[in-house]
Design a protein. Sequence first.
Length: 265
Amino acid sequence: MPAEDLVSRVAELGAPFGLERSVKIAEGELVDDRCLLSVHRAAFGSDPLARLAEMATALDMPTSAVDQIAAALDGADIVHFGHEGGAGCEVRKLYFEYATRTRRAMAAGGRDRVLVHLAYKWVRGQSDRVAVTRYSWVPCATRADVESQLLSLLPAQVAPRALRSALHLLARVAPLAERGRLLMMEVEEAGNLRRSCDLNIYDAALRVGGIFDLIETTTREFGVPPARAAAVFGCARGKTLGHLSAGIGRDGEEFVTIYYGVEAH
């Protein structure tokens, strides 16, 4: 199912939604057939569980995961639908975001990690395989706190390029980090090698073009042809920079993903 069909299915809810694009930088390639659609829980009407389960089934979500939706939906404020194409397969994604719970913990100055997103990811046609990803807010009051967490999550001997990319971005948004306003999440999946970070910097009001030197360096280090990198990221120069995810994927390979340009629909 192409991303356009996923957009149409979400639009059928008849409620406002956001659409965010992203590009994943991997060894020798860029994966740019990616998007994330976000809707408020209220979009699913008076029986959100039934409507969401219906949509998940239509998106080929494995039955074992559909059965977990009730528990995942409990306390969730926002639901995200994801699409990722490439390498001859299509990955579907369903995220549950616990925004109210997270904002409450952040406002209270809590020091414990808090679950922000619980995501289910599966490959179309492989109905028995589902990855469950946990995105947890890591309290960081200063830039030094963020840097310390990055060094712990992304050891230089394991993910040197991902670490360099994250640290360089952190340097660009140092004032935001020093005020404790940089949302950092630890990302992990049980049963595989996935371990990464996610730095949300929408509040920094940067454009993709503002970090083009960082993008050029990172794509070069991953062996991406310069012409390919320029073509893909050049189209996004004027878009608002959203967040950066970096680390080791479930396949054990290093990656960096750049998210940008949320559009209201």
